[in-house]
Design a protein around this ligand. Structure first.
Ligand SMILES: NC(=O)C1=CN([C@@H]2O[C@H](COP(=O)(O)OP(=O)(O)OC[C@H]3O[C@@H](n4cnc5c(N)ncnc54)[C@H](O)[C@@H]3O)[C@@H](O)[C@H]2O)C=CC1
Ligand SMILES: O=C(O)[C@@H]1CCC=N1
Length: 272
C-alpha cells in the first residue's frame, strides 16, 4: 500500500475543487486517483490536473492509503457497501465530505471498525481559500487526524468540531455559504442594472465590492458590525439601505435559511 496515495471516490464539483486545490499547492498528481462513472468528468480531471481517473470505486481505492468519499449523500450507502471488503482488508483512513451522513453510518456501511473523519469543505478550496470543518470518530488516531487536517489545509482553513451533531450547522454556514454570497452578488448586480448601470459595470463593481469587503473582514480583525457602521454615514445612503434590509427582515431571512439547510442535513442522514 502506498503511504501517500489518495483516492477520491466521486469526481464531481467538490472533488474537482479539492483536487485542483491540492495540485495547485504542490501535491504530486500521480499520488491522486479518482473514481468517477461519467467519462467526460474523468477525461476533464485527467486533462486538467494529470490525475488517474477510473470508472469503478474499488479500482481507484485499491492500495490507496486515504479515501475521500465525495459522492452524493443519497448514493453513499451503496458506494460504501461496494468498498466494504476492501476497507476491511486494508483499513484506509476514510475522509467523507458528504452533507448529513454520519461517521457511524459510514463505519457501519464499510463493515465496522474504520477510522472515519467527516469533513465539510467548500468550493473556494479550488483557490486554497476554502473553509473545512472536521470531526473524527473514536477509531481515528493522532497521525490520521493530522493527515486529514493536512489534506484539508491544502484547500484552506480547517476547524475541528468537537460534537458531530454540529456538523450540520457547519454545512449550513460554510459548506453551502459560498452560494449565499453568490446569490447576494446576483441580486446586487440585478439591482444595479435596474438603477441603470450597464451589466458589465454592475458586475465589475459588485465583485470588487464583495472582494474588498471580504478582505476587510479578514484582514482588519474588526467585527463586521464595526466595519458596517463605518460605511454608514448618519442620514446617508447606506443608512437608507440598511434600514430597508432590517425592515424587510434580512436577519430573520438568513436565520431561517441556515436553519433550513441544517434541517436538510439531518434529513439526508435519514436517506431523504
Ligand atoms: N458542491 C459543494 O459545494 C459541496 C459538496 N459537498 C458534498 O460533496 C459531495 C459531492 O457533491 P458535489 O460534488 O456537489 O456533487 P456532484 O454530483 O458534482 O459529484 C458527485 C459525483 O459522484 C459521482 N458518482 C456517482 N456514483 C458514483 C460511484 N459509485 N463511484 C464513484 N463516483 C460516483 C457522480 O457521477 C458525480 O460526478 C456531496 O456528498 C456533497 O454533500 C460538500 C461540501 C461542498
Ligand atoms: O448543497 C449541498 O447539499 C452540498 C453540501 C454543502 C454544499 N453543497
Amino acid at each position: 500500500m502506498s503511504e501517500h496515495t489518495l483516492a477520491f471516490i466521486g469526481g464531481g464539483n467538490m472533488a474537482r475543487s479539492l483536487i485542483g486545490g491540492l495540485v495547485a499547492r504542490g501535491v504530486a498528481p500521480e499520488t491522486l486517483r479518482v473514481a468517477e462513472p461519467v467519462a467526460e468528468l474523468r477525461e476533464a480531471l485527467s486533462r486538467d490536473f494529470g490525475v488517474r481517473a477510473r470508472e469503478a470505486a474499488p479500482e481507484a481505492a485499491d492500495g490507496a492509503h486515504t479515501w475521500v468519499l465525495a459522492v452524493k449523500p443519497q448514493v453513499m450507502r451503496a458506494v460504501c457497501e461496494s468498498l466494504a471488503p476492501l476497507a476491511q482488508a486494508s483499513r484506509p483512513l476514510v475522509v467523507s465530505i458528504a452533507a448529513g451522513i454520519t461517521t457511524a453510518q459510514i463505519d457501519a456501511w464499510l463493515g465496522g471498525g474504520q477510522a472515519v473523519v467527516r469533513t465539510m469543505p467548500n468550493t473556494p478550496a479550488l483557490l486554497g481559500a476554502g473553509a473545512t470543518g472536521l470531526y473524527a470518530n473514536a477509531s481515528v488516531d493522532a497521525g490520521q487526524r493530522e493527515r486529514a487536517d493536512s489534506l484539508m489545509r491544502a484547500a484552506g482553513l480547517t476547524a475541528w468540531i468537537p460534537d458531530e451533531a454540529l456538523m450540520d450547522a457547519v454545512t449550513a454556514v460554510s459548506g453551502s455559504g459560498p452560494a449565499y454570497v453568490f446569490l447576494l452578488a446576483e441580486a446586487m448586480q440585478a439591482a444595479g442594472e435596474a438603477q441603470g448601470l450597464a451589466p458589465d459595470t454592475a458586475r465589475t463593481l459588485v465583485l470588487q465590492t464583495i472582494l474588498g469587503a471580504a478582505r476587510m473582514l479578514s484582514e482588519s480583525g474588526e467585527p463586521a458590525a464595526t466595519l458596517r457602521q463605518r460605511v454608514t454615514s448618519p442620514g446617508g445612503t447606506t443608512q437608507a439601505a440598511i434600514e430597508s434590509f432590517e425592515a424587510n427582515g434580512l436577519r430573520r431571512i438568513v436565520d431561517e435559511a441556515i436553519a433550513a439547510a441544517t434541517r436538510r442535513g439531518r434529513e439526508l442522514a435519514r436517506g431523504g
